[in-house]
Design a protein around this ligand. Structure first.
Ligand code: SF4
Ligand code: SF4
Length: 410
């Protein structure tokens, strides 16, 4: 472990005045039954304990779930009078746990995802299947843009069924299975058949609608097909930084081999990771990263009578609360509103915890869903495959590409 990790943690937790303001916005506190350790303030207290124990050189009996259950939404930072980011405390603490001998504190699902991704270039070993959405589509191999899906829309149909299986097995058996797969990654093949076929077709349709919107805007691009790797978001988020560095180099080399200089991403997690994190870990990173909605030029859309509420993805709005391109586009076609908690006070859908803490994730998503529904909107529009799955209840949620494609002039 580098000294600077502990220094960074010290700088972050050292300013906390224990006021608890961060707890008022933390989306994991309420769904955990108001457990201190599953809220922002508890994570900062736990970070301080970790730091003190590390300085004394004693093994860490730390409640690592406190850090693993953090959604990295960064809502806490916007209300903290001392400028502390409990999300960053969680990220640094996970990194410290994974780079020291405290392996017993690792979450078995976290370890499974990391080991399988390192082996197969995809957290569930479904890289080949992830290209099936593009069957029959032609791409321009010599284009300056590369469409990079990051496999995110394609992975979502597996998580739903995987979580149902976990509930049936119970925690002990499910954690045992995850540990087995982490030790023997080829066992993932057993899980990789568990996809929700209906959701897969829907998400394949979303990717095809993204292609349609880009082409209507006059943008030509290539696509890697079955060679396209997952970007490594989970490896980074879970704190496996040494493994992430190596994996990011691999992803970068695959992207570079395509010859494209400009990368079009289709979800906020991949966009944020490539744009803001890759350059810190990949030497001489020289690719330009775009989010597809920032490139499209929409024709005049058909006006709808419906009322829409737009759920802002944390990786856009809680990184830059001024970012409003999706909301602007939607407002040109329908009466579009935001939930009471929006902008810098936006609430995460709970999605990043879906694999590691499914119960907490489900409760967090229900709370956000009720907030969105209480606006009286007919449709909830999302701009992230994870938000879309987590908020898809009562058939009233749509991905933004699908909504826009439905409003194109005939
Ligand atoms: S709001 Fe900031 S200062 Fe207050 S408890 Fe949370 S982290 Fe500490
Ligand atoms: S980043 Fe989000 S989930 Fe994590 S402590 Fe802050 S508010 Fe809570």
């Amino acid at each position: 472990m580098t000294e600077s990790l502990l220094e960074q943690l010290e700088n972050e937790v050292g300013n906390c005045i224990n006021c608890g303001f961060c707890e008022t916005v933390c989306p994991t506190l309420d769904p955990s039954g108001f457990s201190l350790w599953k809220g922002a303030r508890g994570r900062v207290i736990m970070g301080r304990t970790l730091l003190e124990d590390k300085k004394k050189g004693i093994p860490v009996p730390v409640l690592s779930d406190s850090f693993y259950s953090c959604l990295d939404c960064h809502a806490c930072l916007f209300v903290c009078p001392a400028g502390v980011n409990a999300g960053k405390v969680s990220q640094l603490s996970r990194e410290i746990i994974t780079t020291t001998s405290d392996r017993k504190n690792e979450n078995p699902y976290a370890r499974m995802i990391v080991e399988v991704t390192a082996r197969y270039g995809n957290p569930l070993g479904v890289k080949a299947r992830s290209a099936a959405w593009s069957e029959g589509l032609q791409f321009d191999r010599n284009a300056e843009y590369l469409l990079y899906t990051g496999n995110m829309f394609q992975l979502m149909p597996y998580t739903k069924n995987l979580n149902s299986a976990r509930k049936t097995m119970g925690n002990a058996m499910s954690n045992f299975m995850a540990s087995r797969v982490a030790n023997h990654p080829s066992m993932i093949k057993m899980l990789s058949r568990m996809r929700d076929k209906e959701m897969e077709q829907k998400n394949f349709g979303t990717l095809r609608n993204i292609v349609k919107l880009l082409r209507l805007s006059g943008i030509s691009f290539s696509y890697l097909g079955e060679k396209e790797p997952y970007p490594g978001t989970f490896i980074y988020d879970l704190g496996y930084i040494d493994k992430f560095k190596k994996y990011a180099m691999y992803v970068y080399s695959v992207l570079k081999e395509s010859g494209a200089k400009k990368i079009i991403t289709v979800d906020p997690h991949t966009y944020d990771l490539l744009k803001n994190t890759f350059p810190k870990y990949v030497d001489n990173f020289d690719l330009e990263i775009f989010y597809y909605l920032d490139l499209i030029k929409m024709p005049a859309l058909q006006k709808g009578e419906e009322k829409i509420v737009y759920h802002e993805p944390c990786h856009f709005v809680l990184r830059d609360p001024r970012y409003s391109k999706p909301f602007q586009i939607l407002s040109s076609t329908a009466n579009t509103v935001l939930a009471k908690r929006s902008g810098s006070k936006s609430r995460c859908c709970g999605g990043p915890d879906e694999l590691t803490f499914p119960d907490l994730s489900e409760k967090a998503s229900q709370i956000r869903y009720e907030e969105l529904k209480s606006t009286g909107a007919d449709i909830i529009v999302t701009a992230c495959p994870i938000c879309n799955v987590n908020l898809s209840k009562e058939n009233r949620t749509m991905e933004i590409a699908d909504y826009l494609a439905s409003k194109l002039p005939a």
